[in-house]
Design a protein around this ligand. Sequence first.
Ligand SMILES: Cc1cc2nc3c(=O)[nH]c(=O)nc-3n(C[C@H](O)[C@H](O)[C@H](O)COP(=O)(O)O)c2cc1C
Ligand SMILES: Nc1ncnc2c1ncn2[C@@H]1O[C@H](COP(=O)(O)OP(=O)(O)O)[C@@H](O)[C@H]1O
Length: 318
Amino acid sequence: MQLVRGLHNLRPQHRGCVATIGNFDGVHRGHQAILTRLRERATELGLPNCVVIFEPQPREFFSPQRAPARLTRLREKLELLAAQGVDRVLCLAFNRRLCELSAWAFVQSVLVEGLGVRHLEVGDDFRFGCDRAGDFEFLCQAGAAEGFTVEAAVTVEVDGLRVSSTRLRAALSHGDLPLAERLLGRPFSLCGRVLHGQKLGRQLGTPTANVQLKRRRVPLTGVYLVSTELDGRRWPGVANIGVRPSVTGDGRAHLEAHLLDFAGDLYGRHLCVTFHHKLRDEERFASLNALKAAIDADIAAARAYWQGKPLTHELEQR
Ligand SMILES: Cc1cc2nc3c(=O)[nH]c(=O)nc-3n(C[C@H](O)[C@H](O)[C@H](O)COP(=O)(O)O)c2cc1C
Ligand SMILES: Nc1ncnc2c1ncn2[C@@H]1O[C@H](COP(=O)(O)OP(=O)(O)O)[C@@H](O)[C@H]1O
C-alpha cells in the first residue's frame, strides 16, 4: 500500500482511481463494507483503489479537548487499511485551509485534479467541505458534471443498529468487549512501543510492559484479559489501562500488560495489546500489598479464563 501525504505529493501517475473519503477511525465493519465495495468497483474498472483520510481528524482539529478518544492512531489505521486490500492512502492535513475549502473546491482540487476519480464510494452519512455542505446529492451532481459515478455504501447493522465509531466507543467505555468485537469484526487492540516505567511491577512480583500511549486519550479503562503477539506466537495476559490511582504518577493514562508465563526483555519493542474481556474497574488501593493481592487475583482469573481456550492450547504446544 502506498501512502501519499498531502495533495502536493500527488503525481500525474496517481490520477485515475476509485476512491472513498472518511475518517475510518477503527476500521470497523461499516468501514470494511465500504472498502469491499471500493475494491470490487476498482477491479471492475481496472483501476487502483484509494482511500482519502484526514490527519488530524476534523473533530480533533475543531475541538481538541472535546474530540472523542481515537480508536486507531494513524499507524494502526494504515496497517488495518493495508490489510483490507487498499492500494493507496491519500492523507490530507486537516487545517484551516482545508476546512475553508467549499465543497465544490474540494471536489475540484482533491477528486478531479488531484486524483482523477472515476468512481466514488461513500458512507451513507458522509458530509464534507466548508460547513459540511457537501453531501451525497451534491457529489452525484458534481460527478455528473465531472465524469465520475458515486455510490452510497449500504448501512451495516449489528443487532438492528448501525455500526459506527461512536457506537464502538460506547461499547468500549461500557466494558462490552464482545459487542466491540462484533462491531469491529476482530477484538479491539492498542499498539505502541514498550517504554521504561517506574520499576514497580517487578517489586509487586508482576513485571508489566508499559505500552506507550503518548498523550493519547483512551477509549477504555480498567483491568482486562488481553493477549499479545510476539514473534508469531500469542501470549495471554492481564492489563491495566488508566491513570493507576494507587500509584503517584503523571495523571495520564497508562497501558501496562503482564504476559502470563513470559520472561524476557520487551523494552523498545512494538507491542499490540488485544482486549478480550473486562475483569474490573481500576481501583485506588490503600497499600501496595492490597494492589499486589488484587493483581494476583486478576492473574488467577486470567488463568481460569484461558484454561481450555485456544490460546492456552497454543501455549501448551510450545
Ligand atoms: C492486572 C493489573 C491490574 C492493575 N490494577 C490496578 C488498580 O486497580 N489500581 C491501580 O492503581 N493500579 C493498577 N495496576 C497498575 C499497577 O499500579 C502498575 O502496573 C504498577 O504500578 C507497575 O508500574 P510500572 O510498570 O511503572 O513499574 C494494575 C496492573 C495490572 C497488571
Ligand atoms: N511476563 C512479563 N510481562 C511483561 N513484561 C515482562 C515480563 N517479563 C519480563 N518483562 C519485562 O519487564 C518489564 C517490566 O518490568 P517493570 O518492573 O514493570 O518495569 P517498568 O516499570 O520499566 O515497566 C517489561 O517491559 C519487560 O521488558
